[in-house]
Design a binder for this molecule. Structure first.
Ligand code: NAI
Length: 303
């Protein structure tokens, strides 16, 4: 094993089951001290149990690894970070992975379904990262791995709440990547597909077995390593398949001065023509067309 985590402290949220458990075990196997966080509730965010996180800590210790349990909700991210500081005195890696589902068609979606999904996924990822941030900045080192979903990237029937929260996580990740880079804090996002209790309700048994969480974990571990090759990037991963996803922008069309809707309609084919497309990775690149129009005399700020 050349990719080691000796001396590193890794927080994995929602590490009592599925993907998080697999990530936590692999970080520990590679020498990390791991904070195994899990609230221990049901897939819809109901209930709590202190045994779920501890069970994974026991597994890690039985294999000769080092880990400590934390049973707070990610909504109390500062307490999870405090567990890491109390036990090990530092934080090198945060893997924001905890998650639940409250699927309902938009027509039937209740505010409570919207709120709890936002709180666990987006607010939870914010709270844990926010609490770890000052420690990472002070150390001049950090790796954050966010967990989004194809439901957020592409949309999925019955998951308006989850899609919104999950793509929000990617937005958060891209700004953390921009703000953290100068302090060697790198932040990337994975969109996994794996057999777990979350997907057990929708996938047949043989498919669940073919999509082991262990097939996703190497990506989370590489992005958490000091040799992490990327920052602010998005990876779709599952079943042993690993790929990168990025934005694509057409060349666009310039109109002189004000233009009528009819002018726009005539040019719609050009507006949506992806020939010679661009792949902007920051705001200044995405607005290069607008900047071109403004000319050198007026320089757009990154906002
Ligand atoms: P899982 O249900 O097996 O594991 C999620 C864990 O998070 C559970 O142990 C649960 O107790 C814990 N958790 C839930 N709410 C929590 C909270 N407030 N605080 C702390 N822990 C909490 O699910 P799975 O599939 O391993 O999901 C992990 C992540 O991957 C989730 O964020 C999920 O949205 C995401 N994901 C999974 C996909 C899949 O195919 N399994 C697809 C796309 C995204």
């Amino acid at each position: 094993m050349s990719l080691r985590f000796d001396g590193r402290v890794v927080i994995v949220t929602g590490a009592g089951n599925g993907l998080g458990r697999s990530h936590a075990r692999e970080f520990a196997r590679r020498g990390a001290k791991v904070v195994v966080n899990d609230l221990g509730g049901g897939i819809a965010g109901d209930g709590a149990s202190t045994t779920v996180a501890q069970a994974v800590v026991d597994e890690i210790k039985a294999l000769g690894g080092e880990a400590v349990a934390n049973t707070d909700s990610v909504e109390a991210g500062d307490k999870i970070v405090q567990t890491a500081m109390d036990a090990y005195g530092r934080i090198d890696v945060v893997v924001n992975n905890a998650g639940i589902l409250r699927d309902a068609s938009f027509q039937k979606m209740a505010d409570a379904d919207w709120d709890v999904i936002y709180r666990v996924h987006l607010f939870g990822s914010y709270k844990v990262s926010r609490a770890a941030w000052p420690h990472m900045r002070a150390a001049g080192y950090g790796r954050i791995v966010m967990t989004t979903s194809v439901a957020g990237i592409y949309g999925n029937f019955g998951q308006a709440n989850y899609s919104a929260a999950k793509l929000g996580i990617f937005g958060l990740a891209q700004t953390l990547a921009a703000e953290g880079a100068s302090k060697n804090i790198l932040c990337n996002t994975i969109a996994p597909t794996a057999g777990s209790r979350l997907t057990a309700t929708v996938l047949p048994k043989e498919m669940l077995e073919a999509l082991k969480p262990e097939y996703v974990t190497p990506v989370a571990v590489l992005l958490g390593h000091e040799s992490c090759p990327e920052n602010g990037k998005l990876f779709e991963v599952g079943g042993g398949w690993v790929s990168q996803t990025r934005w694509e922008q057409t060349q666009g069309v310039f109109f002189q001065d004000e233009y009528a809707v009819e002018d726009l309609q005539k040019k719609w084919g050009d507006v949506t023509n992806f020939e010679n497309s661009r792949h902007a990775t920051k705001v200044t690149e995405s607005k290069s067309g607008i900047q071109e129009r403004l000319g050198k005399g007026m320089v757009l700020s990154p906002q």
